[in-house]
Design a protein around this ligand. Structure first.
Ligand code: GDP
Ligand code: MN
Length: 398
């Protein structure tokens, strides 16, 4: 789960990372009010979206007067900010963060990530901050410092000092850098984060080490341990299809094709999508209904998949171990009876109670296309989708 910059700054601040003073606003007028509260004569207005690259996309504005703040915020609110991280559809701006602008001497990149190879938290830092880490590694790879943390002892002071030296931080600021590094590490581990990124971390003109930007991502499976983190979720920043699914305990990944997939298990989902592609189609999504799906759950899954306007055929592929084919079949029948659909539905069942499941489908009187193997199911889905498309365009032409 991602959170906003202002939320990450508040968290990191509690762990000893120094952040600028700032205030959150839900309107341009409130942004101007926040600036007055902060005092000074130069401010930064920052669009709060779950994506980086805002600076280059007009989501970060330096302002010298109240009028400029009103204009900058007015420009941001209600817009979809498109950055290189948001995809072409962008992310809506409903909050802006106002900070007193800080003059700085140097920008540093600081990231904490999970390194799967060493199975440890890895610190990635560079003296060439301000650019994205991808750009740094392309243009100044020699500036990157990497260091993995031994989990049994945590980030020790000597190790943090070594990182500071490797980055060329002036000696008088080493202690501040150590506190910043240790604060980030503690926040990362204590709150079950999967990523902490400060870019830029700056050395200010008055010799402070300050986090001008902050990004944190959390392990969704550990959120139950951190209710204060869980409540920072902002659904306005999520793919609406995925957010709706998550609220219903379903695992949904939105894609760009036309064949909706309802499956059980992520591995089966991968195999299903590969087979659809092999058969000449493109998946619109995959929805994992998990193990032990009740008919109600299957019905919910159907509703969700069909709410995507791109879906022109639905392929249900269930390999029932913990699941029961008869329950899945009942769910399919329930869903299609309650909400008749005008796209072809293909169902392939295998495993526990498969005969009962097939019987339920056959006796339902619904136009369900059945298949035995996965390849057959994918081919029938693609053929049904193509026929349906041709028929529909013929109808439109008439
Ligand atoms: P991002 O583009 O989404 O990563 O947003 P950032 O918060 O990193 O802002 C982009 C750039 O704006 C930073 O790299 C800084 O160069 C600049 N910036 C942000 N805050 C300040 C500030 O307080 N003072 C000054 N002078 N520049 C800032
Ligand atoms: Mn940044």
């Amino acid at each position: 789960m991602d959170i906003h910059e202002y939320q990450a700054k508040e968290i990191l601040g509690r762990f000893g990372v120094t952040v600028p003073d700032g205030g959150l606003a839900y309107s341009p007028e409130q942004a101007a009010y926040r600036a007055r509260e902060l005092g000074g004569n130069r401010w930064i207005v920052k669009a709060q979206v779950h994506a980086g690259g805002r600076g280059k996309a007009g989501g970060v504005k330096l302002c010298d007067s109240e009028g400029e703040i009103l204009d900058a915020a007015d420009e941001m609110f209600g817009k979809k900010l498109v950055t290189h991280q948001t995809g072409p559809e962008g992310k809506g701006v409903y909050r802006v963060y106002v900070e007193a602008a800080v003059p700085f001497e140097q920008e540093i990149y600081l990231g904490f990530v999970l390194d799967r190879t060493s199975q440890r938290v890895m610190i990635v830092a560079s003296s060439e901050g301000g650019m994205e880490i991808e750009e740094i590694s392309a243009e100044k790879p020699e500036s990157i410092v990497r260091s993995t943390v031994e989990p049994a002892v945590g980030l020790q002071e000597f190790q943090a000092r070594e990182i500071a030296f490797a980055l060329g931080i002036p000696a008088k600021l080493t202690q501040q850098m150590v506190r910043t590094l240790q604060g980030c590490y503690r926040a990362f581990t204590e709150l079950d984060a999967t990523m902490v990124e400060i870019n830029p971390l700056v050395i200010t003109s008055d010799d402070r080490i300050l986090a001008l930007d902050a990004k944190m991502t959390f392990d969704g499976n550990a959120l139950f341990r951190h209710p204060h983190v869980a409540e920072l979720r902002d659904k306005s920043q999520e793919d609406p299809r995925e957010a709706r699914a998550a609220d219903r305990g379903l695992n949904y990944i939105g894609l760009t094709g036309n064949i909706g997939c309802i499956v059980n298990g992520a591995g089966l989902a991968m195999a299903t999508m590969d087979t659809i592609k092999l058969a000449g189609g493109e998946p619109a999504n995959f929805l994992d209904i998990g193990g032990g799906a009740t008919p109600e759950r299957v019905a919910k899954a159907f509703k969700l998949v069909l709410s995507d306007a791109n879906v022109q055929a639905v392929l249900v592929n269930i390999f029932a171990g913990i699941n029961r084919c008869d329950w899945v079949a009942e769910g399919v029948v329930q869903a299609l009876t309650a909400n008749p659909v005008d796209v072809p539905v293909i169902v392939r069942l295998a495993g526990t109670n498969v005969e009962e499941g097939q019987k339920i489908l056959a006796q339902s009187g619904l136009p369900i296309i059945r298949a035995t193997t996965l390849m057959e199911a994918a081919e029938r889905a693609v053929t049904a989708w193509q026929n349906d498309k041709t028929q529909n365009s013929k109808l439109r032409a008439v």
